[in-house]
Ligand binder design. Structure first.
Ligand code: MG
Length: 368
């Protein structure tokens, strides 16, 4: 018998980050999850998540007042039809941003629910057969002292990671010379075998970024993320032509159309769209297909527990990103969420996303 959506619950949990935590272009004060639970008339529940640094309350309100009522009585297998309906319904108030965070959380919950109804892990429903995938550790903020940066990177390697990412663009991007020394210090500390990934978080123009990238070529950088303002697509393309360090971008893009524009401009070697923002699993499958058509790599931004099945089922996906910043709240929101072992994450042998919410924590701390 077909399941029908009978209830949508939405929760907001967040925590305050230690003061002064910053990358090249912003200070982080709060991180939080918006958690959606979509329950069917037969009692199965799908979970979806998006996250925020600001504006979680607006995402909750949009889901609760505008999206949830339109899901009642609908078949959770209608992911494509529902995505199109909501895209049309919401198009005037946002085809990016918080509107899309809300739509993404709902879409992820529906895909989790499809797996649960079929009693099948999501990667199998998507046609994949990998059961574990590589993951890198991501941190190394520009607000750290040089010593603290090196210590964190060495600690990541000690935890078994073979790929690590840190930020460049210290002092608001005004001291590339010190960035160069920091990159060299990290390379010296971790040795030649560890893959180093850099993230400039939008801080430079193309000329500055290319000059910096070319000055650190001998440090063997695996990828350079957002060296240029994410919306400066011509600038990203210019950077890409000026250096041979692979260019990663896309965490600030939404939908297949945003990624199409990056690819048409030849402005990415690695596309880092994020399913919790860019439109959920429905849209990420299309984005992955676009990257395959352009023969570039796919490496979703953050949310490793949400992206685990997608990466496992996508042949040109490189790896997952595990943000150290989100580790404490992830630990609290889920019970026994998958954790990396020796730089690999193994998919739980459970239906859907295979994640279990810690509802005691969520209910006690719910800001929604
Ligand atoms: Mg980034």
């Amino acid at each position: 018998m077909r399941h029908k959506i009978a209830k949508v619950d939405v929760h907001l949990v967040s925590y305050q980050v230690a003061s002064g935590f910053a990358d090249a272009t912003r200070t982080v004060e709060t991180v939080g999850y918006t958690v959606v639970r979509v329950t069917t008339d037969q009692g199965l529940e799908g979970l979806g998540i998006t996250y925020h640094e600001v504006g979680g309350e607006a995402t909750v309100a949009l889901i609760r007042h505008n999206i949830a009522p339109r899901l009642m009585g609908r078949d959770p297998f209608e992911t494509e039809a529902l995505w199109q309906e909501f895209f049309g319904y919401l198009r005037g108030v946002g085809r990016k941003g918080l509107t899309f965070c809300a739509l993404s959380a709902i879409d992820i919950a529906l895909w989790d629910l499809k797996g649960k109804i079929l009693d099948m892990p999501l990667y199998r429903l998507l046609g994949g057969n990998r059961t574990s995938v590589p993951v890198y550790s991501s941190g190394g903020w520009t607000s750290y002292s040089d010593e603290a940066l090196v210590a964190e990177m060495v600690d990541m390697v000690g935890q078994g990671y073979r790929m690590i990412k840190f930020k460049v663009g210290v002092e608001g991007g005004h001291n590339p010379r010190r960035d160069r020394l920091r990159v060299q210090k990290v390379r010296d500390a971790v040795g030649p075998e560890i893959k180093l990934l850099l993230d400039a978080n939008n801080c430079w123009d193309a000329a500055t970024a290319a000059q910096f990238a070319n000055s650190i070529r001998e440090c063997d950088i695996f990828l350079f993320e957002e060296p240029v303002f994410a919306d400066d697509i011509p600038g990203l393309a210019r950077f890409r032509r000026a250096t041979d360090i692979p260019l990663a971008t896309g965490e600030h893009e939404y939908t297949k159309w945003g990624v199409r524009d990056l690819l048409l401009a030849e402005a990415a070697d690695i596309v880092q769209a994020d399913g919790a923002r860019a439109g959920g699993y429905t849209e990420m499958l299309k984005i992955a297909a676009l990257t395959q058509a352009w023969n570039v790599k796919f490496a979703p931004h953050a949310m490793e527990n949400i992206h685990l099945h997608l990466v496992a089922a996508t042949h040109n996906a490189l790896f997952l990103e595990r943000l150290k910043l989100f580790e404490p709240i992830t630990e609290l929101v889920f019970r026994d969420a998958p954790k990396p072992v020796d730089g690999m994450m193994t998919i739980p042998d459970l239906p859907g996303l295979g994640l279990v919410l810690n509802m005691d924590f969520i209910r006690e701390n719910d800001e929604a």
